[in-house]
Write a protein that binds this ligand. Structure first.
Ligand code: HEC
Length: 124
């Protein structure tokens, strides 16, 4: 009887262990594989997926100052984060999603005039 419990208890603990794991190891796929590991990642997921899918964010490739403007704009829209969290969000996004080659300085306000804001496809 005792022997049996030892076996089952150990097995149960092993099986349950992943459920209690606090954070997935860096780079491991969680619900948001599109976001590379880095400081500020969790704040971005928490803050920026509240009103729209996080993909709205991860499809952007912006220069640091454009990210800054965008994050401030979202704060104006009602994104809930402290000043220091907003700074971490900006730093993370600028690092993780810089402008694509040939798209330097892209800004949601500037470069997207006359194009669809969501897809960035230029509407004829
Ligand atoms: C309180 C709601 C809310 C939160 C929280 C929020 N947003 Fe938004 N977001 C909006 C709304 C509303 C729009 C669409 C209107 C617009 O573009 O101004 C939008 C649009 C966007 C767009 C598309 C703009 C474009 O030019 O294509 C991006 C990118 C974006 N948000 C990023 C973020 C980021 C980064 C965060 C986290 C700091 C965030 N959002 C948090 C409300 C929010």
């Amino acid at each position: 009887m005792t022997r049996l419990c030892v076996l089952w208890c150990v097995l149960a603990t092993l099986l349950a262990a992943p459920l209690y794991a606090q954070t997935p190891p860096a780079g491991v796929t969680d619900a948001h594989p599109g976001l590379p590991p880095g400081p500020g990642r969790n704040i971005v997921i928490r803050t920026c997926s509240e009103c729209h899918p996080i993909e709205i964010v991860t499809q952007q490739h912006l220069a640091a100052d454009a990210w800054q403007k965008l994050v401030n704009l979202m704060a104006d829209h009602g994104a809930v984060a402290t000043k220091s969290e907003l700074e971490q969000i900006t730093a993370y996004l600028a690092e993780a999603f810089p402008p694509l080659p040939g798209d330097a300085g892209a800004s949601p306000q500037g470069s997207c005039a006359g194009c669809d804001l969501r897809t960035r496809a230029v509407t004829p």
